[in-house]
Design a protein around this ligand. Sequence first.
Ligand code: PEP
Ligand code: MN
Length: 340
Amino acid sequence: MIIILAPSATDSDIDELVNNLKERGYGVHLSKGVEKTIVGVIGAHDDQKPVLAEQLSSLAYVERVVPILKPYKVVSREFKPEKTIVRVGGVDIGGQKVIVMAGPCSVENEQMTLEVAAAVKAAGASILRGGAFKPSTSPYSFQGLGEEGLKILATAREATGMPIITEVMDTRDVELVARYADILQIGTRNMTNFSLLREVGAVKKPVMLKRGMSSTIEEWLQAAEYIANRGNYDIILCERGIRTFETYTRNTFDVSSIPAVLELSHLPIVADPSHGTGLYKLVPPVARAAVAAGADGIMVEVHPHPEKALKDGAQSLTPQNFSLLMKDLAAVARAVGRYV
Ligand code: PEP
Ligand code: MN
């Protein structure tokens, strides 16, 4: 449930209320907005709620007590009406600027990673992406360079100043990946790996949670709630397409999830048109659509030689095409009151 405080509530009223709730064993999340202060209460059982609501309503500085009926609470808009801005290495995700994360699908070697990193930075990207632990449908395809790949990403960060985002697939690797990465990525295949979600929830690094390829928006937000419940509120959601009967595209990019998530949750949302379409020619138009729909960022795969890429060459942009996309995105962002 959430407690909406009266405009007259003072700091000491808020302290008193928070202590009162903590003494009863509840988790408390305080959201101090410009207009309203909202106190979120976590852990109250359904049978305790009516009595608790009645008791709290008797306080003069409480305006209203509202139950949250959704299956996710901490990540919901009711719980925190203001948008969350995830701050990483001087980059704000969720603010006015549309953040572009770009880089190769997989870190293949140091030379190509440094080459792509320099090119995407020059074109205006803010964050470098690259997979070191690769989830592969086929056990025979490239599985990533592992820790060596993380080291190469760290070198590219040093060379360009860009924060790095990379996927962690296994609970046993969380500590290792968190040592190198600025943002931990949870891939589509792991969105319902609840042990992994809990593990990254305990890390003090932002997490980007990709939508499960067969997951509803509600299931996706519940997965985010697993992370938030462990105390990590720095969560970025990423729409990357879902499975439908369509086979021409790799996935069906769900552009409608972007405004839906922005309404349901305070978390920032990024779009991945590369995995969303699987076809490089479709990446720019879908990226533009995502920005027009309100996405806080875009994640795009870029490879200097897509024809030689170890993974996902068909959906990778050349640095030149990426540069053209950045110019297009600037125009779309301007049209919706943002910038790139
Ligand atoms: C990726 O971004 O490298 C990736 C594997 O994406 P997804 O989990 O969306 O398939
Ligand atoms: Mn890929």
